[in-house]
Design a protein around this ligand. Structure first.
Ligand code: BTN
Length: 326
């Protein structure tokens, strides 16, 4: 009901009478009034004027379940969503819901995480409200070996979504980071549940430093946020919506071929350090070479000094510019 009232108020772009709302939604005017009160408790400013009705005053960064539901217009991604004020980790919650039968495209979002997780067992700082912590549940009909490519599809969607929502041009750091001015802006943690030849589900976890105003000293030199760059508050709902729209476009292209052949050209265009010298940190040792971009499987091609071309698989590998994180 909250979502319906909010959607109606948004679409009206002006005053809507209590009568019109109650007729449109088929409930009493008292019920409408109660929902208006709930929306106000959520932080919305709704002007009520006798003989005119209710008018929603635009808010900067309303980050509520109703706001998300009344904004998202995708086909599948995020159409069903679970919203937490606080949870341990949206990836953990998405996996739980997947085990209980949640459908392809379900999105889990949290305002804060108490146990946010990064790659390789690292902690993803998520205690503060203002950023984006979300996980998309997928049930693709592809071989399990192809699941890691979804991280690259997500990176493309993040880049495009961020561009559309904020006009900020960030770059992709293969395989799972987005960077802005050589600092980390987003991280992706993709988790897979599968047996030998069948995927049960994939969870693509996304953390975006949206409205972070400052970082702890130890990561300040390598982390940034959209707000720090733009200089004003970022509307998270709009940003999530643009990312989901972009996701559907790239995901369709990925599913069509079962690989990244339709996407690699665009990916390589936004790949940080493409054609530059990079250092590959692999468990078997490290080496330097020139990055030649990704291939259709999403592997990073690195040409060593002796001319041999190495196909670097994601997983336990990390790639750096030769001067530091980027
Ligand atoms: C990384 O760069 O190491 C990946 C970070 C991924 C963080 C996101 S925040 C939402 C989702 N829930 C988690 O616990 N982690 C991912």
């Amino acid at each position: 009901m909250k979502t319906k009232v909010l959607t109606f108020l948004k679409e009206a772009q002006g005053y809507v009478s209590g009568q019109a709302l109650s007729e449109h939604l088929g409930v009493s005017r008292t019920a409408i009034w109660k929902v208006i009160r709930q929306l106000e408790e959520d932080g919305y400013y709704i002007k009520a004027v006798r003989n005119k009705g209710y008018c929603l005053i635009a808010c900067e960064d309303m980050f509520t379940e109703a706001e998300l539901k009344s904004t998202i217009t995708t086909k599948i991604a995020g159409r069903a969503l679970t919203f937490f004020e606080e949870t341990d980790s949206t990836n953990v919650q998405a996996k739980k819901l997947a085990e209980q039968g949640a459908k392809d495209g379900m999105l889990v979002i949290a305002k804060r995480q108490t146990a946010g997780r990064g790659r390789r067992g690292r902690v993803w700082q998520s205690k503060e409200d203002g950023n984006i912590y979300m996980s998309l549940l997928l049930r693709p009909n592809i071989e399990p070996q192809r699941a890691s490519m979804l991280t690259l599809v997500a990176a493309l969607a993040l880049r495009t979504g961020i561009w559309k929502a904020t006009q900020v041009e960030c770059l992709i750091k293969w395989p799972n980071d987005l960077v802005l001015e050589k600092k980390k802006l987003c991280g992706i943690l993709t988790e897979l549940s599968a047996d030998m030849d069948e995927i049960h589900y994939v969870v693509v976890g996304i953390g975006i430093n949206a409205n972070m105003e400052q970082f702890p000293e130890e990561i300040n030199h390598m982390a940034t946020s959209l707000q720090l760059f733009v200089g004003s508050n970022i509307n998270r709902v709009n940003l999530i919506h643009e990312i989901l729209l972009a996701w559907e476009m790239y995901y369709d292209a990925f599913l069509k071929q079962g690989d990244l052949s339709l996407l690699m050209e665009e990916y390589n265009q936004y790949l940080v350090n493409c054609h530059d010298v990079v250092k590959v940190l692999a468990p078997a040792g490290e080496f330097c070479g020139t990055s030649k971009g990704i291939n259709p499987k999403g592997e990073l091609l690195v040409e060593k000094e002796d001319g041999t071309l190495v196909e670097v698989l994601s997983g336990e590998v990390s790639v750096r510019g030769i001067y530091g994180y980027v």
